[in-house]
Design a protein around this ligand. Structure first.
Ligand code: SME
Length: 162
């Protein structure tokens, strides 16, 4: 698979994630390079998540989160553990769905247009190695269906060599 769009035709969110998964597995299959795999995952997610304005990874480096492969506007490079939505999700090792970023204490506004956000940690052997961050210009763009749909994506990414 190269230079082609993914085949994702459903309108229902959960169904779109279901359509994504086998294609994402095929995309990563046999490729050992972490950066290449994160970059292609960000691109694949961009096709899957219609409401997204920004999709990307922050990777744990020396105790802080550092910007990794992404799709969207230029973004903040370093986020301390416990800061912002990303740093909080990483510190608490849990998925955070934020319907209104203005109501999240300490939200880091990389893009002033961002209204809602979901952050899913990638956990390997009990340790957070990275977070997947998805932002939207729409309020309350993300919900349990996104959390449920992104969990297998992050489980798959946890099998890469970090
Ligand atoms: N809003 C995030 C920062 C990352 S950018 O949205 C790409 C946060 O509060 O952690």
């Amino acid at each position: 698979m190269s230079g082609e769009s993914l085949a994702i035709g459903a309108t229902d969110k959960a169904a779109r994630y279901d359509e994504l998964m086998p294609q994402l597995r095929a995309l990563l299959d046999g490729e050992p390079d972490l950066i290449a795999n994160l970059a292609n995952t960000a691109a694949a997610l961009r096709e899957c998540i219609t409401a997204a304005s920004w999709i990307g990874f922050y990777v744990m480096r020396g105790g802080e989160l550092v910007l990794g492969p992404f799709q969207g506007k230029v973004a903040c490079v370093r986020i301390a553990l416990g800061r912002g939505v990303c740093g909080t999700a990483a510190a608490e090792r849990r998925t955070l769905v934020v319907p209104d970023v203005d109501r999240f204490p300490g939200h880091i506004a990389c893009d002033a247009g961002s209204r809602s956000e979901i952050v899913v940690p990638i956990v390997v052997g009990g340790r957070v190695v990275a977070v997947l961050d998805v932002d939207s210009y729409e309020p309350a763009a993300f919900d349990d269906a996104d959390a449920a749909g992104l969990a297998p994506v992050c489980d798959l990414l946890a099998t890469l060599s970090w």
